[in-house]
Design a protein around this ligand. Structure first.
Ligand code: NAD
Length: 336
C-alpha cells in the first residue's frame, strides 16, 4: 500500500487532501498542531504536534513515504496577514516548519516533498492595475511581495529548490491562488474573502448593508478545492515539473462582483458599504500558460459552481441564527 504524509492535515486543504488520498487507496498520516475543526479526519494516523520542533519532524518522518505534502503554515486572510500585527510570527513559524520538515525528509531519503507556496510571492509592482495583473511564474523576480507572508513563501520556495540542487531531491512547488470551499475557516478572523462574504450574506436579511474593506474594485480569482486537489496531485506526480507553478483560476472578478455573485446565489439583495481596511494588491489573477504546457491541464470549472457549494455549507452553519450581529467585516480582498 502506498503511503502519504500530510503536514497541516488539520487545515482546510490538508483535510480535503487526506480524503482524496484515502479514496485513492493510500495509507495516510496527518500531522497538525490542532485537529480539524469542521470534519472528522480521514487519515489513518493523526499526530497532534508542533512542526516547529525538529524532533517532532524527525519522529513523524519515520519511514520513506511515497508522498509528502508540506501544507502547514501560519496563515489567514487579509485581516490576519495584511495588518502587520502578525508578521514576526508568520515568518518565524512558517519558515521554521519548512526548515525542519524538509531536512527531516532529506535525512530519511524522501525523494521529494510537495510544497504549497502562494500567489502572494508575486511582486506588488506587477499587480497595480486591476485589469491587467501579471502573475506569470517568470515574473516573480526582482522580488517585491506585498506581505511578509509572501516573503516567507519566497524564501521557502528557494529552500526547496536549493535542496533539489544540492541534495538531488525532486521537490514540487505549487503557487496556490485563493483556494476556497466547504470545511474551510469561515469566521474568527482568519477566514478569507469567499467564506467571509458567504457568512455575511447568510447572516443578513435582504436590504441589509454589507461592509467591504476598501472600494471593492480590486480583482482576484478564486479556485474551488476540488480543482486545487486535481492540480496538486498532477503536479505532485509529475516526473519533470520542478519549477514553481501556479495552481489557480483565470476567472478574474472584482470583490464587488464576488459579493454580487454570492448575493445572487442566496437570493438576497444587500447594500454594499465600503469601509477602510487592509486590502492587498489592486489586481491578481492566475496565469495558466505554464501549467497547461507542463501538465497538459488547467482548472476550468466556473467560479459560481464552487461558490454555490460553499454558500450552502456556510449557510447551514449559520443555521438557525440567520439574522445576527456579526463583528467580523467582509474581507475586501483575499490572500494566497
Ligand atoms: P489552513 O490554515 O487551513 O491550514 C494550515 C494548517 O497548518 C492549519 O491546520 C494549522 O493548524 C497548521 N499549522 C500551523 N502551524 C503549525 C505548526 N507549528 N505545527 C503543525 N501544524 C501547524 O490553510 P490552508 O488554506 O489549508 O492552506 C494550506 C497551505 O496552502 C498553507 O501553506 C497556505 O499558506 C497555502 N496556501 C493556501 C491558499 C488558500 O487560498 N487556502 C493560498 C495560497 C497558499
Amino acid at each position: 500500500m502506498k503511503t502519504a504524509l500530510i503536514c497541516g492535515a488539520g487545515g482546510f486543504i490538508g483535510g480535503h487532501l487526506a480524503k482524496r488520498l484515502k479514496q485513492e487507496g493510500f495509507w495516510v498520516r496527518g500531522v497538525d498542531i490542532k485537529s480539524h475543526e469542521h470534519a472528522e479526519t480521514r487519515a489513518d494516523d493523526f499526530i497532534i504536534g508542533d512542526l516547529r520542533d525538529p524532533r517532532l519532524c524527525r519522529q513523524v518522518v519515520d519511514r520513506r513515504f511515497d508522498h509528502v505534502y508540506q501544507l502547514a503554515a501560519d496563515m489567514g486572510g487579509a485581516g490576519y496577514l495584511f495588518t502587520g500585527e502578525h508578521d514576526a510570527d508568520v515568518m518565524h513559524n512558517s519558515a521554521t516548519i519548512n526548515l525542519n520538515m524538509l531536512d527531516a525528509c532529506r535525512k530519511r531519503g524522501i525523494p521529494g516533498v510537495f510544497y504549497s507556496s502562494s500567489a502572494c510571492i508575486y511582486p506588488a509592482y506587477n499587480q497595480e492595475n486591476p485589469d491587467r495583473p501579471n502573475c506569470a511564474e517568470s515574473s516573480a523576480y526582482p522580488a517585491a511581495p506585498d506581505s511578509e507572508y509572501g516573503w516567507e513563501k519566497l524564501f521557502s520556495e528557494r529552500l526547496y529548490l536549493a535542496y533539489n540542487r544540492n541534495y538531488g531531491m525532486c521537490n514540487r512547488i505549487a503557487r496556490y491562488h485563493n483556494i476556497f470551499g466547504p470545511e474551510g475557516t469561515w469566521r474568527g478572523g482568519k477566514e478569507k474573502a469567499p467564506a467571509a462574504i458567504c457568512r455575511k450574506v447568510a447572516m443578513a436579511r435582504s436590504g441589509d448593508e454589507i461592509e467591504i474593506w476598501g472600494d471593492g474594485l480590486q480583482t482576484r480569482s478564486f479556485l474551488y478545492i476540488n480543482e486545487c486537489l486535481e492540480g496538486t496531485q498532477r503536479l505532485a506526480r509529475s516526473p519533470t515539473c520542478i519549477e514553481p507553478i501556479n495552481i489557480g483560476s483565470e476567472e478574474m472578478l472584482s470583490i464587488n462582483q464576488l459579493v454580487d455573485m454570492i448575493c445572487d446565489i442566496s437570493g438576497k439583495h444587500l447594500v454594499k458599504r465600503h469601509v477602510p481596511g487592509p486590502t492587498g494588491v489592486r489586481g491578481r489573477n492566475s496565469d495558466n500558460r505554464l501549467i497547461r504546457e507542463k501538465l497538459n491541464w488547467a482548472p476550468s470549472r466556473p467560479l459560481r459552481e464552487g461558490l454555490e457549494q460553499t454558500y450552502a455549507w456556510i449557510e447551514q452553519r449559520v443555521g438557525n441564527n440567520p439574522v445576527g450581529q456579526d463583528s467580523t467585516r467582509v474581507h475586501q480582498t483575499a490572500t494566497g
